[in-house]
Ligand binder design. Structure first.
Ligand code: FAD
Length: 433
């Protein structure tokens, strides 16, 4: 099979190597000019088990992540998260991860400095993409087009409506800036090294402030839907006020980026087309982690296609079904929780995080894309604590019901592809949000 990968996203790049290894002809088209320019110049958190499960080498320079402390709006309260040993992430250097994945490409080739602009469609099938390299436009054709261009992929956007591959609403995207500042000298090292601010200064989103061991302070400011310069400045000023270690000497970062924080696309496939990674919204809705899920999705995709030798929608639908089983249905519940949290009043978030209604296990679960569990005796405990704020308890129970419903509907995904049945399910599952 001739396989085209549009954009060297994590999932696309890993799938390219696996497909090449199984004998397919694979070309990746990536808009940046060199591997060194790819993505961000920083480290990201990944559960190390994914590297072991997929036999992918752990990138050089990875180090264990310290525990988070959750901070409630306006620094009113804090809730430390004590991670279970098997859930402790490692911080992986992005540039090293890129190098590992490029090193696994086998016979697959990368056309650097090449922008994928749109899908080429023939009837009910995607048959190629249009590319632009050094100002020259060209059409390239393949049996399978893997869309790994990120959340606002131009390939996905150019698909005909009749393919029922949905677009991504800006309200379910995190607009993010990440900065690395010099740590202020002579200031005591904080005990809460990794602080994550929920609804920071009352805005819809999170910020974090991490005092690193190497004399830098890692700052992230993320808001849902959009983020203005003014919001960034206000957030930075507030972080400086509450974190004396944070200087104003910028060492790196600062660029705008985006992360989908929602359930997977209800339909990421068509004849000859599949979306992976951020372009299919395969991130943990609560925190936007998408590295492990992208790698897992690539593994599923390659096994699915190789099992039938086909790139028809019926085969590719099996990839969507398997993703649903692995994490997609659960992510529907977690998205419900995330949307709900963003809508709550600052004081209610404070109560929710600090009263004991939400326990360490709940936060652990949410951070790895799993939903809060409501089982006896936990239901009893939550009820008892919640009595101090009955309205919030009621709202929490309604949210939990909605989350369970969203998950249940997602689990009713048609197991085999039938256009009408899939469309009916898509309407139902997307209708929960
Ligand atoms: C600030 C920030 C922090 C994050 N932290 C974490 C974390 O701690 N843990 C975690 O698991 N995940 C994290 N993520 C999310 C993670 O980066 C993504 O979910 C993951 O990389 C999957 O995205 P992707 O590779 O599909 O897309 P992207 O990373 O967006 O990659 C898309 C690729 O396609 C290329 N491209 C785009 N458009 C075109 C085009 N038209 N033509 C050709 N090439 C194109 C781009 O240059 C890029 O190489 C973070 C993201 C951000 C922004």
């Amino acid at each position: 099979m001739k396989i085209i990968v549009a954009g060297a996203g994590i999932g696309g790049l890993y799938a390219a190597g696996l497909f090449a290894k199984s004998g397919h002809e694979v070309v990746v088209y990536e808009k940046v000019k060199r591997v060194e320019d790819m993505r961000y110049d920083w480290h990201d958190d990944v559960n190390p088990s994914v590297f072991a499960d997929l036999s992918v080498p752990v990138p050089v320079g990875s180090f264990p992540k310290k525990n988070w402390t959750f901070i409630t709006p306006y620094e009113k309260g804090r809730m430390p998260l004590i991670q279970r040993a098997d859930l402790i992430d490692i911080s992986v250097q992005r540039k090293e991860l890129n190098k590992v994945l490029v090193g696994l490409l086998e016979s697959a080739t990368i056309e650097w400095g090449t922008e994928a602009t749109k899908a080429i469609v023939d009837g009910d099938r995607v048959v190629g993409i249009e590319i632009v390299k050094e100002g020259t436009r060209k059409e390239v054709f393949g049996d399978l087009i893997i869309d790994s261009c990120g959340v606002f992929s131009p390939i996905r956007k150019s698909l005909p409506e009749a393919f029922n591959v949905p677009d991504v609403d800006r309200e379910s995207v995190f607009f993010v800036r990440r900065f690395f500042f010099k740590a202020k000298e002579g200031v005591p090292f904080p005990t809460d090294t990794n602080k994550v601010y929920m609804k920071h200064i009352g805005q819809k989103g999170i910020s974090w402030c991490i005092a690193c061991d190497n004399g830098t302070v890692d700052v992230l400011i993320g808001r849902v839907g959009k983020m203005t310069e003014e919001e960034t400045e206000l957030s930075l000023a507030d972080l400086r006020k509450n974190n004396p270690i944070l200087s104003d000497e910028l060492l790196g970062g600062g660029n705008f980026c985006t992360i989908p924080v929602r359930r997977p696309l209800s339909n990421p496939v068509a004849n000859g087309y599949v979306a992976i990674g951020d372009s299919a919204c395969l991130t943990v809705p609560m925190i936007g982690s998408g590295i492990a899920t992208s790698l897992q999705a690539a593994d599923i995709l390659v096994k699915t296609v190789n099992a039938t030798g086909s790139s028809d929608v019926a085969t590719l639908w099996q990839y969507r079904v398997k993703i649903n089983k692995l994490f997609g249905a659960e992510h529907c519940a977690v998205e419900t929780l995330k949307n709900w949290l963003l809508e709550q009043k600052d004081d209610d978030i404070h109560f929710f995080l600090t009263s004991g209604i939400l326990r360490n296990e709940d936060l652990q679960n949410a951070s790895v894309g799993k939903m809060i569990k409501l089982e006896f005796p936990d239901i009893f405990h939550k009820g008892l604590v919640g009595m101090k704020n009955p309205l919030l308890l009621l709202k929490t129970l309604v949210m939990l019901q909605r989350a369970n419903k969203a998950k249940r509907i997602s689990e009713r995904i048609p197991k085999t592809y039938n256009k009408e049945r899939v469309l009916r399910w898509q309407k139902k599952t997307d209708g929960c949000f």
